[in-house]
Design a protein around this ligand. Structure first.
Ligand code: UDX
Length: 443
């Protein structure tokens, strides 16, 4: 058992904290949002993630997980400190590392204060500072330099990069059963600690230098985005020649070298990671003198998919003014309440700008979307959203949208028309009911 501190109770931080506690370590999780910490102390989760609440409750009841607002206390008690604070994009798309810097400075100050305060403080204390947030390559150097400048004499420390690859919606499984764990370290001592921390996890650990570990995270997310944009670009080709993107992707993906996963065409990727990481990596490459033009195109194709949906709406409805449109799905993907950079935001805003009247449904993300777009109607079930609508637009592939009574929906709509932004429904089945169906890259 190790004493571990996790700074940041966001998606990555909180899942990391709960999973490390599950692995038997004693974990303290801190966040400067005191309301969030107070809620967590009452076992109220700040966001939805399947299985997380149960895991947190279990760890807290075993006294393996606690929440505090004081970073100083965390620094004092934890030998290993994971930094999992946000790295939001700046207006130019770079990763804003000011929270990482702030935390590093606070850690150094707290450790200095601790040494100064405690008469019997051990002569040498050791801390392993781990970058867990997605950070651009060379951040580790800055963290190290900052600690060297500000930390007290007698502090021995290592900096490490241990990027997290978890996906929202299956974060716990991704953490506990990863394809790989990537760890960038510079000392044998740090390496041994990681081997111990993760000894309960099945999955290979790849040890690298810090810069390579940092790069692996950005490179992986950009590659996933590239795969999606490739599928979406092909969908555009399919539309122009009358081919079926679903068949094309299946035929490609069955080649093991290509693989079927992350090769789905649709309204494009969203969320808090892929768009931000692609932008940050483009900006970093620009700075280091290698403009990564391929990734600019990936972004462009992704934006184009959102516009494509609006274009399809116009093609079906002609004028949008006064037309009632049902939106099914607001989250950036299913099984989450997250709407950050969700394609739905831009699409709904474009449609309302042209005068359409929107009635939206999502099984989980309505409350979050209300904060972003307050002035549309929200419905508690998809039937209500579709009633009297001129068109339904499906934007998130939630399973429930496959299980609906389409006969009933057809009867209740002004004209039964549906745009399937995820190629999620069966076109033949819908046409059988009498719907006018439009997918992405298929007839
Ligand atoms: C992503 C990475 O997958 C994860 O490894 C990293 O740690 C964080 O970023 P996440 O943002 O949770 O995870 O979502 P993910 O499941 O990757 O989906 C991202 C977006 O791509 C979603 O909007 C999804 O709908 C879209 N997507 C995914 C596609 O459009 N097509 C696909 O084939 C796959």
């Amino acid at each position: 058992m190790r004493n571990i501190g996790v700074i940041g109770a966001g998606h990555v931080g909180l899942v990391t904290a709960a999973c490390l506690a599950k692995l038997g370590h004693r974990v303290t999780c801190a966040d400067n949002d005191t309301e969030k910490i107070e809620n967590l102390k009452k076992l109220v989760m700040p966001f939805y993630e399947p299985g997380l609440e149960e895991l947190v409750k279990e760890a807290v009841s075993h006294q393996l997980l606690s929440f505090i607002s004081s970073l100083a206390k965390l620094a004092e008690e934890s030998e290993i400190i994971f930094i999992a604070v946000g790295t939001p994009p700046t207006s130019e798309g770079r990763a804003d590392l000011s929270f990482v810097e702030q935390v590093t400075v606070e850690l150094a100050n707290s450790l200095s204060a601790m040494k100064g305060r405690k008469e019997n403080a051990p002569k040498n204390i050791y801390r392993l500072i781990v970058e867990k947030s997605t950070v651009p390559v060379l951040t580790g150097e800055w963290v190290k330099r900052t600690l060297e400048l500000l930390s007290p004499t007698g502090l021995e420390f290592d900096v490490a990069a241990n990027p997290e690859f978890l996906r929202e919606g299956c974060a716990i499984k991704d953490f506990m059963e990863p394809d790989r764990i990537v760890v960038g370290v510079e000392s044998e001592r740090a390496r041994k600690i990681f081997e111990e921390i993760y000894s309960g996890i099945k999955g290979p650990i790849l040890f690298t230098d810090i810069k390579s570990a940092e790069l692996i995270k950005h490179a992986s997310n950009c590659f996933l985005a590239l795969k999606i944009s490739y599928a979406n670009a092909l969908a555009q080709v399919c539309e122009r020649v009358g081919a079926d993107i679903e068949k094309v992707l299946e035929g490609m993906g069955l080649d093991k070298r290509i693989g079927l996963s992350f090769l789905r065409a649709g309204v494009g990727y969203g969320g808090s990671c892929l768009p931000k990481d692609v932008a940050a990596f483009i900006s970093l490459c620009e700075e280091i003198g290698y403009p990564f033009a391929l990734l600019r195109e990936v972004e462009k194709i992704n934006q184009g998919q959102r516009r494509l949906v609006v274009k399809k709406v116009r093609e079906l409805l002609w004028n949008l003014k006064g037309k009632q449109i049902a939106i099914w799905g607001l989250a950036f993907k299913p099984d989450t309440d997250d709407v950050r950079d969700s394609p739905a935001i831009e699409i709904i805003n474009s449609l309302t700008r042209e005068g359409a009247v929107i009635k939206a449904h999502d099984p989980m993300a309505v409350e979050n979307m209300k904060k972003v777009i307050p002035n549309i109607s929200y419905c508690s079930d998809p039937y209500e959203a579709a009633r009297d609508a001129h068109l339904v637009v499906l934007l998130t592939d939630w399973n429930i949208y496959r299980q609906l009574d389409f006969e009933k929906i057809k009867q209740s709509m002004k004209i039964p028309r549906l745009i399937d932004g995820r190629n999620f429904l069966d076109p033949e089945k819908l046409r059988g009911y009498g719907f006018i169906y439009r997918g992405i890259g298929r007839k």
